[in-house]
Design a protein around this ligand. Structure first.
Ligand code: AHM
Ligand code: MG
Length: 334
């Protein structure tokens, strides 16, 4: 006997009453992300077939080469989010400034801002390795009826109302939280629907995987070096296994399922690390905490950091609770 699996669309509607501002608007917003995800998924899966891969020629604000698929994903998510009267502004890794969206009656009634990394890990596209989309959603804090302001985007992670990611992997999954745990949905490509496949996802409290770009070891702070050495020591369940895809969404996803820690620390070259607070670290931190994990910059909770710019970077340590606490303990000593 097959049990009817719940689709993402059904799940969103059924759970909308658990949401504190329950108005159906967040559901509609999540549904537009779901739609854009399917379109982008189709394109990502065809990347090897059509001449769409490769650098497009411009560089983004971080000075990196932009891949064509980044641009495509950015356009799709923005288009889809703009169409309904819900989102008043979007900040994207691919845009220098935030985008203002007016409501159809031009009276600035829309309530939500979305911060997005449309295609994270895009240097992996050319080599057929998983990439992902990361999103973060807030209620605006500036008054309704006025255009969205920078302060609406510079809210602490603890103010997020929802966050999630899409991983375009061996299977494509959408994983999100609206503050009531984390649920994962797998796309059935033949039918074109996401089905609830991973209800109530939880980081194991202890894990045995560590994920870090160890090539940068020489530039890491002493606390991180000592923690890496600790991971490699022979004692109890150590040495741990090292796994690093270089695609945050995929590394996080694996660690959440199997138990592990992801680290992108500061270095003598990049004093704030590499990852962006608003559309990479905060959404992953919200998911981690909702899944019984932890996210820190080595000293303080990621979601307590007061943002001061759109493309701000922070050191990022995230994963199984006890592993993150151990890494923090090593940071404290040095
Ligand atoms: P991107 O936004 O330019 O794609 O960079 C973010 C990615 C993360 O997905 C990944 O974890 C990290 O960069 C890998 O960086 P590195 O190659 O320095 O290890
Ligand atoms: Mg990115």
């Amino acid at each position: 006997m097959h049990h009817k699996k719940q689709t993402l669309g059904e799940f969103i509607i059924e759970n909308q009453s658990a949401f504190k501002y329950s108005s159906g608007e967040l559901s509609s917003l999540l549904n537009s992300l779901r739609l854009a995800a399917k379109v982008v998924n189709h394109e990502v899966n065809n990347a090897g077939l059509v001449d769409i891969i490769g650098a497009v020629g411009d560089t983004n604000i971080q000075g990196e080469d932009q891949q064509k698929l980044d641009v495509y994903a950015n356009e799709k998510f923005i288009q889809t989010l703009t169409r309904r009267n819900i989102v008043c502004g979007i900040a994207s890794e691919e845009e220098d400034d935030f985008i203002t969206i007016n409501s159809q009656d031009e009276s600035h009634q829309n309530k939500y801002v979305v911060l997005i990394d449309p295609l994270d890990g895009s240097s992996n596209i050319d080599v057929n390795v998983s990439v992902g989309t990361i999103f973060s959603i807030y209620r605006r804090i500036s008054p309704i009826g006025t255009p969205v302001k920078l302060e609406d985007f510079l809210q602490k992670g603890s103010e997020q109302v929802a966050a999630g990611y899409i991983v375009y992997g061996t299977s494509t999954m959408l994983v999100y939280t609206a503050g009531n745990g984390v649920n994962g949905f797998t796309l059935n490509p033949a039918i074109g629907s996401f089905y609830l496949s991973h209800p109530n996802m939880q980081f194991p409290e202890y894990g045995t995987i560590y994920s870090v770009n160890e090539g940068n070891y020489i530039h890491f702070p002493q606390g991180i070096k000592n923690y890496i050495k600790y991971c490699q020591e022979e004692e109890g369940d150590r040495p741990y296994t090292s796994r690093y895809i270089g695609s945050l969404v995929s590394d996080f996803h694996r660690n959440m399922i199997k138990g592990g820690i992801y680290l992108y620390p500061q270095s003598s070259k990049n004093p704030n690390g590499k990852l962006r607070l608003l559309y990479e670290c905060n959404p992953m931190a919200f998911l981690a905490e909702q899944a019984n994990g932890k996210a820190s910059d080595g000293f303080i909770r990621i979601m307590d950091i007061e943002p001061n710019e759109l493309h701000q970077r922070v050191p990022f340590i995230c994963g199984s609770k006890h592993m993150v606490e151990k890494a923090e303990a090593f940071m404290k000593i040095t």
